[in-house]
Design a binder for this molecule. Structure first.
Ligand SMILES: Nc1ncnc2c1ncn2[C@@H]1O[C@H](COP(=O)(O)OP(=O)(O)OP(=O)(O)O)[C@@H](O)[C@H]1O
Ligand SMILES: [Mg+2]
Length: 538
């Protein structure tokens, strides 16, 4: 079954995700011991959520003690009747281990029933009930949905095996909100799934904010029910490993200089690493260019502006995902031109009321397109920012590597884009996160770090302020990066102390500190100042 969604060529590229796979194995073993749980994998678009789930299935689905199903809700949640049929169909196909590419047949419950009758007649009864219910004149949508969601539970009982049900793009379920005949969907679903005591539910979802609302908001029916895991970009090492595999597969070589540049400009995002590596391979083959740092960045720029490139198509899709009103696109364009901007600045630029902008911004943050830091807003993904910028402010059309304009654009882009990826700290924040998780429990930069129980990157405070890294065991620590080309003074230190009250503050500055904070830190054990060289030890 898994080969249908996870081709061998992709399998051989699989890299990292050790923590996530360990977590999955941990809960699988718990299930085998009789304990059913719900967990979730959350991360931005194309970060590798589905891939880690496929890899987990690939490694373990031969285990005959368990039943498996993978259901992707993308494009499945259209209306309750067809959804219910598809859900039953997928569960049946997985239970029967039918590895042929014939899913449409399983969308017909009668076909499912016949197939089950041959092997598991007692499970077929449930599908028969579903068919009967769906033939009612007034189709009882709520009962159909309940019968569908209960089907894995029935299979698990009748086949006497615990079941791992993986539901990808889980947030799509909220689309059922619009059906009047249905009860509040999350509460309903929680009540149905609660009875499934032999099923490990693994949810995955893009739209980090939406998923967090489902899992972490105190008024959500799933509050406290699902253990979340967040997927991040690859660190330097894994990025290098992954690029190595990509190059080996396509039989091309990436000089060290270009490799460094690829990692830096993609901040270790697996999908971007893959796209850029492929584009470089092609540029080298077709145009015979040398893979220098400069050419690497030019190729990235060309990928952004070339309407047929996979990167362009992906970013256009993300941009168009901000469906709804023109105001959302208006905000994105304004930010692309001049980010970061405050609410008032955006409102002025668009000649709209602050209230309307505020609502639209919260929509954009819900789907991870926009991030807020210290009352300013910017586009979360720097590559998306540049895509919008080129699309709307540089409509010259097709470019080729030889054009003079590409040289000019590329100089500008290199300076500003890399500045944003570094300065808004995405790449650095990851580095900090990995650094602290690696050296915790050790003596580093003049202090002994405790072994932390929790490490949260980009920790958002109730007022919307953000902390680069929040760490806790018995004590709470915060780590904050100052990655500008100037010395950090008392102002930055006081600002950090005002944001949050914790036991220790670690401030990390690229250029170092002025005298005042250094003197202050000597007298206060709660302040720790690190220069860039501390992180460079990693
Ligand atoms: N651990 C990994 N090892 C190797 N390649 C990976 C890994 N994770 C992701 N990729 C690559 O990145 C791309 C996106 O991955 P995937 O589809 O799993 O992301 P996703 O988070 O599920 O995306 P979406 O938001 O579109 O559902 C894939 O093409 C895959 O090849
Ligand atoms: Mg996915």
């Amino acid at each position: 079954m898994i080969q249908l969604i996870y081709p061998e060529k992709t399998q051989s590229l699989f890299t990292n995700r050790v923590t996530e796979l360990k977590a999955l194995e941990f809960y699988k073993d718990k299930l085998l011991r009789g304990e059913a749980n719900k967990i979730a994998f959350i991360g931005t678009r194309r970060i590798g959520k589905s891939t880690v789930l496929y890899e987990f299935i690939k490694r373990h689905s031969a285990d005959r003690r368990l039943l498996w199903a993978y259901v992707n809700l993308q494009n499945l949640v259209i209306e309750p009747l067809s959804f219910s049929k598809s859900y039953i169909g997928l569960a049946t196909k997985w239970a029967l281990k039918d590895a042929t590419d014939n899913f449409p047949r399983y969308e017909d419950p009668e076909f499912c029933m016949l197939q089950l009758q041959k092997l598991h007649p007692r499970a077929a009864e449930h599908v028969y009930q579903f068919i009967k219910a769906s033939q009612n004149r007034d189709i009882p949508l709520k009962s159909l949905l309940e019968l569908a969601f209960s089907f894995p539970h029935i299979l698990s009982e009748r086949l006497k095996r615990p079941f791992i049900v993986i539901i990808d793009e889980f947030q799509e379920i909220t689309a059922f909100k619009n059906f009047k005949q249905l009860p509040e969907i999350l509460g309903f679903l929680r009540a149905v799934l609660q009875a499934h005591n032999r099923i490990l539910y693994v949810f995955a979802g893009s739209y980090v904010c939406l998923m967090r609302n489902i899992i972490e908001k105190s008024n959500s029916p799933f509050f406290g029910q699902i253990k979340p895991y967040y997927l991040n970009n690859f660190d330097q090492n894994d990025s290098r490993l992954y690029l190595g595999k990509l190059c080996k597969q396509s039989r091309f070589e990436l000089p060290v200089e270009a490799e460094k540049s690829v990692i830096q400009s993609t901040a270790g995002h697996p999908f971007y690493l893959e796209l850029l590596a492929n584009a470089l391979d092609e540029a080298q083959r077709l145009e015979g260019i040398e893979l220098t740092t400069e050419n690497t960045q030019k190729v990235l720029l060309l990928q952004l502006v070339n309407e047929k490139s996979p990167l362009h198509l992906h970013l256009r899709y993300i941009y168009e995902d901000a469906r709804g009103s023109a105001i959302l696109h208006g905000i994105l364009k304004a930010l692309a031109k001049a980010e970061p901007l405050s609410i008032t600045e955006i409102a002025n630029r668009l000649s709209r009321k602050v209230g309307a902008i505020q609502i639209a911004l919260s929509e954009l943050m819900k789907v991870d397109l926009v991030t807020r830091k210290n009352k300013n807003y910017f586009i979360s993904d720097p590559l998306l920012r540049w895509w919008i910028y080129f699309k709307f402010y540089h409509p010259e059309g097709a470019f080729s590597l030889q054009d003079q304009i590409v040289q000019e654009l590329s100089d500008d882009f290199r300076e500003k884009y890399l500045q944003t990826t570094l300065e808004l700290g995405r790449a650095k924040e990851f580095e900090l996160y990995y650094f602290v998780s690696k050296v915790q429990g050790q003596q580093v930069g003049g202090v002994t770090l405790p072994a932390f129980k929790t490490l949260i990157k980009n920790y958002v405070l109730p007022n919307g302020d953000e902390i680069d890294l929040f760490a806790r065991n018995k004590e709470s620590w915060v780590f904050e990066l100052q990655w500008k080309n100037k010395l950090v003074g008392m102002k930055e230190l006081q600002k950090l102390k005002k944001k949050i009250q914790v036991d220790r503050y670690v401030l990390i500055s690229k250029r170092g500190f002025t005298k005042a904070p250094r003197a202050y830190a000597e007298d206060s054990s709660d302040i720790i100042l690190w220069g860039a060289e501390v992180l460079a030890q990693a």
